[in-house]
Design a protein around this ligand. Structure first.
Ligand code: ZN
Ligand code: ZN
Length: 327
């Protein structure tokens, strides 16, 4: 099972959030059938989003979205996490594969290329999402999150993220964020830096020690205090539903949907976030039309129940006809 733990060190001067996401990232790899390079990028991003949710969010319903966009073969990676331990995400091009770097590691930075990291905080159930972004520094994701936290949040942190993959799948995946809180002792921070260097690769450490042992090594000499005696379970979990799948089909005309029923007996909708397929039968497909208002001339969708207006009264439809919505 994947899990997260939190703690403090240096008499409260250092905040620690750590996660073992091995099972979760293997789940994500299977869902999206990702190449090793894409698995590493997706795994680091999903783990990073989970760690950041414990740094940036306050309320259980809030969510943080981590979006990396680049000009490389991966296209982009996105992950969305909350304090409840649920995370979901995907890679734009799951097949993208690059030769390994000279040191033998997967070339995630090269596969992302030049671009930016955007962090969006959504405060449910109301309030505008808050977003800020930084240019990618290396595209290796941990470094990029470190820069984001320094520039955007004025917090100095060490971020460790790792995914170790063999042909059979994900062997180890995890992450740690260590943050210096205001007033942290300088000597303590120097020791922390030395401990981080001494640990080496996170996934190497995870193959010989438990997450708690690793955190204790990272906080050696600083008095680590565990704040979560029961580790928080983590899981890949989407928020898709039949309703959202039906929304996606609303963009087809009633005739096109009727043709899906005639030809295939219904429609299969695959969710981009989680890769799960949903089957929608004739009743569900025909039910979509009830809440719709369409252009009488060209059939363009003008309005749909429960959604923001797509076109406004008095605007012109794509075909030129003035839009008229019932009051
Ligand atoms: Zn989904
Ligand atoms: Zn029209």
């Amino acid at each position: 099972m994947s899990y997260l733990l939190r703690g403090v060190a240096a008499a409260g001067g250092v905040r620690v959030v750590a996660a073992d996401t091995t099972a979760l990232i293997e789940d994500a790899r299977v869902r999206h059938d990702t190449s090793p390079t894409a698995t590493a990028a997706l795994g680091r991003t999903l783990t990073g989003a989970l760690l950041l949710s414990h740094v940036l969010l306050k309320n259980p319903q809030d969510r943080v979205t981590l979006r990396l966009r680049g000009d490389g073969a991966l296209g982009g990676v996105i992950a969305d996490a909350g304090l409840d331990g649920a995370v979901r995400g995907y890679v734009t091009n799951p097949d993208a594969t690059l030769p390994p770097r000279p040191d033998g590691k997967l070339n995630v930075g090269g596969a992302l290329g030049k671009g930016d990291l955007q962090v969006i905080r959504a405060h449910a159930p109301y309030g505008d999402p808050y977003s800020s972004s930084v240019d990618l520094v290396t595209g290796e994701i941990a470094e990029d999150i470190t820069v984001f936290l320094a520039q955007s949040e004025q917090i100095s942190s060490a971020v460790l993220l790792g995914v170790y993959i063999e042909p059979s799948g994900v062997v180890k995946s995890g992450g740690v964020i260590l943050q210096a809180l205001p007033g942290a002792d300088e000597g303590a921070l120097a020791l922390l830096e030395a401990n981080v260097r001494a640990l080496g690769q996170l996934t190497d450490a995870m193959r010989r020690a438990t997450l708690l042992e690793i955190v204790e090594e990272l906080c050696w000499g600083l008095g680590f205090e565990l704040l979560t005696p029961d580790a928080l379970p983590l899981r890949f979990e989407c928020r898709c539903s039949d309703e959202k799948a039906l929304d996606a089909l609303a963009y087809f005309s009633p005739e096109e949907r009727e043709r899906m029923i005639q030809d295939d007996g219904g429609a299969e909708v695959v969710c981009g976030w989680c890769g799960e397929a949903r089957w929608l039968g004739p009743d569900a497909l025909r039910g979509i039309s009830e809440g719709e208002i369409r252009c009488p001339d060209c059939d363009t969708l003008w309005y749909r129940d429960g959604q923001a207006t797509m076109v406004r009264d008095s605007e012109r439809c794509a075909c030129g006809r003035p839009v008229m919505l019932p009051a």
